[in-house]
Design a protein around this ligand. Structure first.
Ligand code: ATP
Ligand code: MP5
Length: 275
């Protein structure tokens, strides 16, 4: 086997000192899916299961250095973005993405932590829409993030479908609108593929407060699969099985919104619904 045959994947995101979200969740997920994980740290957070206590953006020059280090040595086959902090950092990441070939890009447009702490400044939204999303192979907003990106309320299933169509118009190939924040008894995500094929991925909603980092874990699992050459449809399905298993087999760490279990088995309970 030559060195380039090992699936290699990178997360471009913020850290979570508490280990449940951000870069730490991404690397644990990459490892669980047997892809070699790397990181480009855009911001640091002092964080635990009770919330984000502080955050600190990394200077752009140092982000450039991280991109250069990885591009010079590795054959990266997929990438994902998470917390990008502010407009200057989004621009810095986009400029670097233009220079490298890291394969398909999954954009998880992280904006606000579950505890309410802003992980992205508002001045970055327009830049995400006009400069980052045209680079994205897949975008995975939750409902509040979808609302900010499309500029109208996204609270119903019909609005989720419309939002996906409008996000695709910004230049993204595939869209998933995550329904974790819906009030339904199922956890339903809407998928719109580049081909126009659309469907819902549905699982039983688990009654738990241990959902810290669910979005990061879901999107990093999809990125790991893409790095292995898995098709987009199969990668998304495995992502849903992975996050469902990680929530179902929860861990007992921390005193607040605990993390998911990145070494859990894939759940068998995912249903695909075509309407
Ligand atoms: N209680 C739950 N039971 C089952 N699945 C869930 C639950 N909560 C979220 N999910 C699923 O987890 C995935 C992530 O969705 P969610 O809407 O929580 O993302 P998010 O808000 O971006 O997460 P985070 O900001 O914590 O990283 C989706 O597939 C969603 O359906
Ligand atoms: C560095 C970083 N990235 C992403 C999240 C989102 O996760 P959550 O919404 O569960 O707080 C986070 N809290 N921290």
């Amino acid at each position: 086997m030559t060195i380039n045959q090992t699936p290699q994947v990178v997360t471009i995101a913020g850290t979570d000192s508490g280990g449940g979200a951000g870069v730490q969740a991404d690397l644990k997920t990459f490892q669980a899916r047997k892809a070699f994980g790397m990181s480009i740290v855009v911001a640091l957070t002092a964080q635990n299961t009770l919330g984000v206590q502080n955050s600190f953006p990394v200077p752009c020059d140092f982000i450039n250095d991280q991109f250069n280090s990885l591009a010079e040595d590795f054959k990266i086959k997929a990438a994902k973005t998470g917390m990008l902090a502010d407009r200057e950092h989004v621009e810095c990441v986009v400029e670097n993405l233009k220079k490298v070939d890291f394969g398909p890009l999954v954009v998880d447009p992280v904006m606000i932590a579950k505890g309410g702490h802003a992980l992205l400044k508002e001045d970055a939204i327009e830049t995400i829409k006009t400069k980052l999303l045209p680079f994205a192979f897949l975008v995975t907003p939750n409902l509040p993030e979808a609302e900010v990106l499309v500029g109208y309320p996204v609270t119903t299933e019909e609005e989720m479908k419309q939002a996906a169509v409008d996000l695709q118009k910004l230049g993204v190939n595939h869209v998933i609108i995550k329904g974790g924040h819906l009030e339904t008894k199922e956890a339903k995500d809407y998928v719109l593929l580049e081909t126009g094929e659309d469907y819902w991925l549905k699982t039983k909603r688990i009654k738990t407060i241990k959902t810290h980092g669910t979005g990061d874990t879901f999107s990093s699992c999809i990125a790991a699969e893409l790095a292995k050459g898995t098709s987009i449809k199969e990668a998304i399905y495995i992502g849903k099985q992975f996050i469902q298993g990680a929530i179902e087999e929860g861990l007992f760490v921390g005193h607040g919104h605990g993390p998911t279990n990145h070494w859990a088995e894939l759940s068998e309970s995912v249903e695909e619904i075509i309407e």
